[in-house]
Write a protein that binds this ligand. Structure first.
Ligand code: GLY
Length: 351
């Protein structure tokens, strides 16, 4: 079976790796892999912390993928010779004031109703667990099973995994699926996917992030921290601070206002940020869909799509890759992804 994957982001590469492992002849096409959303992503693997009201179907998929992450990371490290940087650190949601407390208590009630494991912490317990936090924080939540991965290392590991499994990475920009000489074409081109599958309801949603690096005087956190309007993901001497969510089309300008807002919000939670070195500002484009959930499935006898992962691309890579490899190999749709086919939007529009 010859498989062409369009898109060398975390979704395309994960699918390519899994397909190559099954003995398929795989070619990944991408003219500019560093444009992948995962290149900018913080790499949070936090389905419980990032729960949104009314998104129970997506939660189930997120939890299933989180469950697969430890073995995915271990297998990838072994196959690629590159440690993808999977870090079990737990995630703290932090309230700065009484409004934040009300919001996190409401979130916790919803998490409880869904049977999710969450621990409510007082201000003192929170600061004991994470001494880098500001003295004024009012309390929070701890999710022991929400972790993170270093998304750029992950991309490197996946590229190596694909080539070591016999796959090929080529710098090309196919304009249509017809021009690709393959039995199956997998479109995993993020927000650009509608260029290849017209009508696919996927749009770019801009996210700006910063990276700061530790200095001798900067006291930085060791857990992933989620404030109400900012998150901080610490790893390897750096902290990623994110992210804006902007409906401005395919624009990747880094704006002074966004940098100021993110730095202020991060500094209010962790005062040590003021002493850290600002090493990077960046903007990426998430592939958003009308219901914030991915689109995974066949659109015709030869073309499969795996896109629209929005804020969960890194988290959903393992389950998406397993499902698409199974679909391409056997023709059957694994039950986890049945609710996420492209046809769900057509159904909604029917009278
Ligand atoms: N999942 C984090 C983000 O999209 O910013």
């Amino acid at each position: 079976m010859r498989v062409a994957v369009v898109g060398a982001g975390v979704i395309g590469l994960s699918i390519a790796w899994r397909c190559a492992q099954r003995g398929m002849t795989v070619t990944v096409h991408d003219p500019e892999p560093t444009r992948a959303a995962a290149h900018v992503a913080a790499g949070m693997l936090a389905p419980v912390t990032e729960l949104h009201y009314g998104e129970e179907a997506l939660l189930a998929l997120n939890l299933e993928s989180a469950r697969r992450w430890p073995s995915f990371a271990a297998e990838l490290a072994e196959a690629s010779g590159v440690d993808p940087g999977y870090l079990r650190c737990g995630t703290l949601t932090v309230a700065r004031d009484l409004d934040d407390i009300a919001a996190i208590d409401a979130l916790r009630t919803y998490q409880d109703e869904l049977g999710l494991e969450v621990e409510r912490l007082t201000s003192r317990e929170l600061r004991r667990r994470e001494p880098a936090l500001a003295t004024g924080v009012r309390g929070g939540l701890f999710v022991a099973d929400d972790h993170q991965v270093e998304s750029r290392r992950l991309l490197r590991a996946l590229r190596s995994g694909v080539t070591r499994s016999g796959g090929q990475l080529v710098s090309s920009a196919p304009r249509s699926t017809e021009e690709l000489d393959a039995d199956v074409v997998v479109v995993a081109a993020g927000w650009c996917s509608p260029d290849l599958v017209p009508g696919l309801p996927v749009r770019p949603v801009k996210g700006q992030i910063l990276r700061v690096a530790v200095t001798p005087t900067a006291v930085l956190p060791t857990h992933v921290l989620r404030g109400l309007d900012v998150y901080l993901a610490p790893r390897h001497g750096e902290v990623v601070i994110g992210a804006t969510v902007e409906e401005v089309g395919p624009d990747t300008t880094v704006t002074a206002g966004a940098v100021a807002d993110l730095l202020r919000a991060a500094w209010e939670l962790v005062p040590g940020i003021a002493e850290a070195e600002l090493v990077e500002t960046a903007a990426g484009l998430r592939p958003g869909t009308p219901d914030n959930a991915p689109i995974i499935g066949a659109v015709d006898h030869r073309v499969v799509v795996a896109t629209g992962h929005y804020r969960n691309g890194v988290l959903l890579a393992p389950v998406t890759a397993d499902a698409v490899a199974e679909l391409v190999d056997t023709g059957s749709v694994p039950h986890e992804v049945v609710p996420f086919g492209a046809d769900r939007f057509a159904k909604e529009e029917a009278p």
